[in-house]
Design a protein around this ligand. Sequence first.
Ligand SMILES: [Fe+2]
Length: 344
Amino acid sequence: MIFRQLFDATSGTYTYLLASRPGGEALIIDPVLEKVERYLQLVAELDLKLVKAVDTHLHADHITALGALRDRTHCITVMGEQTKADVVSMRVAEGDRIAIEGLRLDVLYTPGHTDDSYSFLFADRVFTGDTLLIRGTGRTDFQNGDPRAQYDSIFNKLLKLPDATLVYPAHDYKGDTVSTIGEERLYNPRLRVKSIDEYAELMNNLKLPNPKMMDVAVPANMRVGLHQDEIARRGWALTAAEAIALRERADIAIVDLRESGERDKHGVIPGSLHAPYPSLQQQIGPGGMLHELARSSGKRIVFYCAFGERSAMAVQAAQDAGLKTVCHITGGIGAWKKANGPLA
Ligand SMILES: [Fe+2]
């Protein structure tokens, strides 16, 4: 396994790079915009392919690199389903898995610091975001923070993990890099409370100043910009209503780019083909299924995904590969459902 803990000294943020092998797929957690060149250099040096960029929550103290990494690597951007960040191309919830080649993270919903805070369990370690810090916990006084929800997340989820589980937080301001669940249970001063009321009382009286970057970072992180806006400007997009009207035509092939877990959970467009986004480059290249479909059958390929972001990147990639009749459904299956499109 490849595991790197990277640090942004300006915001005190830890970023984690994970991969199962040199030459394989990689995933990054909580990347910081100013560090993008460093991440991409490291990814290249380790001969990795970045396929997913994940934020544990909407950050208030730095600008996320999710948008920049998406633009540079065409990776899938992942956050929790509650998030107000626009850049997300895959939303996850409690019990879901975030998988790349050779490894997977189990998704734990751990609200409290914000209402979109998640932790990710991977083998012997858990990435706790700002829910559980080393000898601390994330503040709960803005972004729909809630000390009672955080108490529940910590005491009823994170502290239920085995004591030896390594704790990798999103921040540290003292120089600590890693802890364990057992250690935090014993020595974290915030956890020495006897009740949820006592915890709420403690958290409601911290009287912390707002983060320096908050007024810049929160709006910037909510509106990174959508890839599908540009695709629509180029005329390569259908609205959900247009796609519903076209869906039974013989010269149309609708292609689902989502992963199997998303298809099982949210349903599929009847009669659509399945080509997961990570396999796209092979599929659109010579000999690939989508290449043959577009070239030999002359069908117009219509991509869709969860919200229209992966499909927008796929349209661009297919156009670049010479498949000129390809388009996608703006807003993905989410928009399709809102327009009362049928599901299978
Ligand atoms: Fe935070």
